[in-house]
Design a protein around this ligand. Sequence first.
Ligand SMILES: [Zn+2]
Ligand SMILES: [Zn+2]
Ligand SMILES: [Zn+2]
Length: 127
Amino acid sequence: MRHEYATKPREQIAAILATERRYLSAAEIFERLEKAEAGVSLSTVYRTLERLREKGVATSRLDERGEATYLACEPSHHHHAICRVCGGVEDVPCEAIERFARSLHDERGFMLDGHTIEFFGRCKSCG
Ligand SMILES: [Zn+2]
Ligand SMILES: [Zn+2]
Ligand SMILES: [Zn+2]
């Protein structure tokens, strides 16, 4: 596809993340760009992913091997349900968890400034 050559790496990488809806490593994104003959280097992929994360349009987590993986994500606070089969990620707002987090301060005086909670299982289509 001719027009892909003209697209900036940042747009290409953001598009891959937006379509996949699962955590991808820089190497996996690099592989896809290679297939599309995008001519983007692996170090550009690393740099671009970090920039997307800094801008708040992507989030990252370490996978089981300790490798950084990235997901297109909105900056507003929410949690993720991650499918162990297909890797699909769903956003889950969770008011009950936010209430519990606040109770840590009310009941223990613990000054909470953030939390990370992930849910694992199988998505609807993986049953
Ligand atoms: Zn999200
Ligand atoms: Zn699934
Ligand atoms: Zn939360």
